[in-house]
Write a protein that binds this ligand. Structure first.
Ligand code: TRP
Length: 331
């Protein structure tokens, strides 16, 4: 039986953290058991906002690969590859771009939000067009299941539109993917900011030592209404409670009750989550140090995954060329 294909990736703009683990990595670890899973390093997409800092790509690429492997993405089950090393994706992007309107990109809500928040002074062509490149990321291997966050839905819709348009214009060879929306809410930062992010300095990294976890949790914001130990708390606005829910779900209802009734102190609550986080990260640290000590093994994982992706991409491209009549000398 042919397994359905899953594809997801990350821009290589920085190391991954607990928010990524909770929101996507752990899900990929589950998906790889059942599906032909592709996980890729979106270095070209990273360039859309970081074109002036290409020197960081290689370093980020290595760190994220270690994050993947340490989180439990198994290279025997998942295909890991590097976007820029599958040039067929770029080729497909160019072909798709012929029938995508600039207006549809300008009205894409995620593009709008990201360009407002970005440090870029102008709207760049590559950035505006990255959803088209994302459609190529997905369709080159005919992936059907795309696990993403809510913000990626407009891109998925565009991909589906591109596939339909391509199939109707040329020949029905591409496959419409569907989004698999992450059910876990976005993880808050240790400072209570809605988003855990390395650049905001409120993230718990996947290679944290026990001391680092202890320190970050000790300093983390809690419900400001709880001045004294017995003050009733509001767990739903507390980052520590969000962490309980994310990584200690069995114990979370009890924490919720004892916080609301003021029967557990913030420091006892923090102690519990510190232990749970350390237990979660401990096997990741182990796998990380295994791979970090074996750069050649990591390189082979990326090269062989990229080779598999590229073989598939070349097959798809030859179908695409034929569908579009670009196969001049191989008819
Ligand atoms: N834009 C995605 C993100 O920021 C990363 C990404 C690039 C992606 N290409 C993709 C995700 C294709 C899913 C499918 O998270």
């Amino acid at each position: 039986m042919i397994k359905e294909r899953v594809l997801t990736g990350d821009r290589v703009t920085g190391k991954l953290h607990l928010g990524h683990y909770v929101g996507s990595l752990q899900n990929r670890v589950t998906l790889q058991e059942q599906y032909d899973t592709f996980v890729f390093l979106a270095d070209i997409q990273a360039l859309t906002t970081h074109f002036d800092r290409p020197q960081y790509l290689g370093q980020n690429l290595n760190e994220i690969t270690l994050d993947y492997l340490s989180a439990g993405i198994n290279p025997d089950k998942s295909t890991l590859f590097i976007q820029s090393m599958v040039p067929e994706i770029a080729e497909l992007t160019v072909l798709f771009s012929m029938f995508v309107t600039v207006n549809s990109l300008r009205h894409n809500p995620t593009i709008k939000a990201e360009s407002k928040n970005s440090s870029l002074d102008e709207l760049y062509y590559g950035f505006l067009g990255y959803p088209v490149s994302q459609a190529a990321d997905i369709t080159f291997c005919k992936a059907t299941i795309i696990p993403v966050g809510e913000d990626q839905l407009p891109h998925l819709e565009l991909t589906r539109k591109i596939v339909r348009r391509f199939n109707e214009l040329y020949s029905p060879i591409l496959v419409e993917p569907r989004a698999l929306i992450s059910e876990t809410p976005r993880l808050v930062g240790t400072d209570g900011n809605a988003k855990m992010s390395k650049s905001l300095g409120n993230a718990i990294e996947l290679d944290s030592t026990k001391e680092e976890i202890t320190f970050k949790i000790r300093k983390a914001t809690t419900d400001p209404a709880r001045v004294h130990k017995n003050d009733p708390g509001h767990p739903d606005i507390c980052p520590i409670y969000a962490y309980h829910r994310a990584v200690r779900s069995h114990g979370a209802p009890e924490i919720h009750d004892s916080c609301e009734s003021g029967s557990i102190s913030c420091s006892a609550c923090k102690q519990l989550i510190t232990t749970a986080l350390d237990q979660l990260i401990e096997p990741m640290r182990e796998r990380r140090s295994y791979y970090a000590a074996r750069p050649k093994v990591v390189e082979d994982i990326l090269l062989s995954g990229t080779k598999r992706a590229r073989d598939i991409a070349q097959e798809t491209m030859s179908e695409v060329r034929e569908a579009m009549g670009l196969n001049y000398f191989s008819k």
